[in-house]
Design a protein around this ligand. Sequence first.
Ligand code: M6R
Length: 615
Amino acid sequence: MCGIVGYCGDEQAAPILLRGLERLEYRGYDSAGLCVETDGKLVTIKASGKLKNLAALTNDGKAINGVCGIGHTRWATHGIPTDTNAHPHLSDGERIAVVHNGIIENFRELRAFLENRGVTFRSDTDTEAAAQLIDYYYDGNLIGAVQKAVSQLEGSYALGIICRDFPDTLIAVKKSSPLIVAHTGGGSAGYASFLASDVTAILKYTRDMTYLEDGDMAVLTRRGIKFYDAYGQQIEKTVTRIDWDADAAQKGGYAHFMLKEIYEQPRVIRDTISSRINGMTVDLSDAGITPDYFDSFDEIKILACGTAYYAGVAGKYWLEQLARIPTEVIVASEFRYADPIIGKRTLAVILSQSGETADSHEALREAKRLGAKSLGIINVRGSAITRECDNTLYINAGPEIAVASTKAYTALLAGLYLLAAAAGQKRGAISPERLSAIIGELESLPDKLEYSLKTCAEAAQYAASQYFNHSSVFYIGRNLDYAAALEAAHKLKEISYIHAETYAGGELKHGTISLIEPGTLIVAPAAYEPLTAKLRSNIDEVKARGAEILCVTQEHMAENLKSVSDYMITIPDCDATISPFLTAVPLQLFAYYAALMRGENIDQPRNLAKVVTVE
Ligand code: M6R
């Protein structure tokens, strides 16, 4: 989704803004622009399409002088992706320039109000209303004008603002959309202040960042940053040290971030699990989860979107099977408006890689409003959702850059599995013997993932070469294989644009089987051993109608499924409950290679954004 960078320091701003925007490309965008104060003017350059167009227009930024500016990558919401609709947006008279993430819901009313007072608008965007409104209130006091303007904005916004009259000042203000600021007091980056929508944009310069809260305003100059609350009172803010380094956000020799992130999974799962296994117990005290935590609720609602939601489907099976806690998994955007029946004996578990997804964030707020306790299982430290959850279990996946989530998916699975095991242990739902077997399985999981990556890649690539030209694929599974199939189909759709749909194995014969014809591809993760015989019957049903079968199963079960499979990929033998981690790997690779063979833009698929900060 849109990305913001701002810089004010000793160096030429435009090249730094462009480098920062490059780091935000992964979020998805369709146009870009920057604005720098130069000799008392706001010089603005914008270009639709990729960032290279903007770089070409500005000679990589070198053609624009000035040491203070703002840049933006836009993912169109209001107005088609044109140069004019790209940010930054300037006020009439070009005194104020604004970059914006989010949606200003009352922009039509604001626009009418301003047009009635003679203001001329140039774009179709909601953002321009913010720039014009700040200018409307401007009387020489920039902070006052911004405060008056934002008090009238409805919706969500992260704004970076510069004013021709204050050539060395940036203003940052936000509501329901992330914004961070940082200052480097000397050192290799010199004296400079930065603002960004995402840490990766400025990680190269500093790891010490301050997250703005809703209503906060930051005034940035090269000398430092001052913070104000919504009432204009100066406040102190804490600095958060980001433990990712800049290299973690590089491709490291892989062709795509997605591939790199698939191969990082053994390490990520080790990092998520190892410090939380203590002898023969699961210890989640780093998230403030002590044994009595599990006495404080009777039911769980898992709230999430996209891949995180599909991780939640596996989580539901685990929490019910291992801990006997009634659990429901609900798409966050539906939960918000469903008038849900929950209360103080409910634990709302919010799953999110970014910790910034607007629908998940609002679902959390709704759950809290109704009295529920909240637990975030989140990747990005200090993100908006973590700041509002009662407790957060970090999944430690490191920066995930590819839009299609892979390592954060399996790390979310690990967080959920640990939660279920810890709850099962406390509630006596699993015997000590079973618990020690589960812990043994978790401890061996990173090695099994490593082994799978070595042994499955070729088979996944070969299967992709046979089917990448298909226009439609069905995925089937039962229980944890169903959960795995949901996410595997999501992955294929996102990056290859092949239509893919998942059905519970037993559900096909209730309608969808009418779509099966000779040559239809059915992908079946079949590794959840208690139900593979049943799934095998469903595979037989479609096979009898001419479907081709790509089956992913455990080594010791392969013989039994061989006769019905056109292609088979085997994963190491494992406890059935662990199987979704292992079936994920070949199916991620299958999606990756199918997209590669179709020549698609794997890391930045069309129409998608990494962080979805709008409803
Ligand atoms: O950051 P989140 O985990 O909250 O994101 C939720 C979804 O937007 C995300 O999982 C999306 O489905 C990805 N493109 C998955 O690959």
